[in-house]
Write a protein that binds this ligand. Structure first.
Ligand SMILES: [Zn+2]
Ligand SMILES: [Zn+2]
Length: 174
């Protein structure tokens, strides 16, 4: 780890908190435009997810949001905030990890998102291409299926972890 200069605990080389002011502004704009409220609880959950940058389960979030003295927030309140944030496209739920992650808004609303999940450092990259959209849509159409959620999750090794552990990497680049 000495060769990497990390300002946070995950070691993936990304400064997740740097995007917080922009994402909070975008979240406020979006809520205003939709006539919904970004309550303190919802804002706190969103902020925790953006700061953390990596997927967090509901109970990890409850732990993070617990005040130094006092009681933890009620699980139901956290789940409601997560539902709200998810419905408004501010966060995503990663099905395979049963965890949540803030959306960096690099894709259009309703666009299929491919999550590239690093199994080593738990960094998650969001990727999207119209090709994935079209392939999923035509697949659904063939089955007479109406898709409401389009989520694709790939598990593997991120670029940083591949270069850090070449011996254990399954991907060999010549
Ligand atoms: Zn997203
Ligand atoms: Zn990694």
């Amino acid at each position: 780890m000495a060769s990497h200069d990390h300002t946070h605990a995950h070691g993936c080389g990304h400064d997740h908190a740097a995007a917080l002011p922009r994402l909070l502004l975008e979240a406020e704009d979006l809520c205003r435009a939709r006539g919904v409220r970004l309550t303190d609880q919802r804002r706190a959950v969103f902020t925790a997810l953006v700061r953390h940058g990596h997927p967090l389960g509901a109970y990890d979030l409850i732990e993070k949001l617990r005040p130094k003295s006092g009681r933890s927030p009620a699980p139901i309140a956290i789940y409601r905030a997560l539902d709200f944030l998810q419905q408004n496209g501010l966060i995503h739920r990663l099905e395979t990890l049963n965890a949540y992650i803030a959306c960096p808004h690099t894709h259009g609303a309703g666009e299929a998102v491919v999550f590239l999940i690093c199994e080593e450092c738990s960094h998650v990259e969001e990727a999207s291409t119209s090709g994935v959209n079209m392939a999923l849509d035509s697949l659904a159409t063939q089955h007479g299926f109406v898709a409401r959620r389009r989520v694709v999750e790939l598990g593997g090794l991120c670029r940083a972890c591949q270069s850090r552990r070449p011996a254990r990497s399954e991907v060999h680049t010549p």
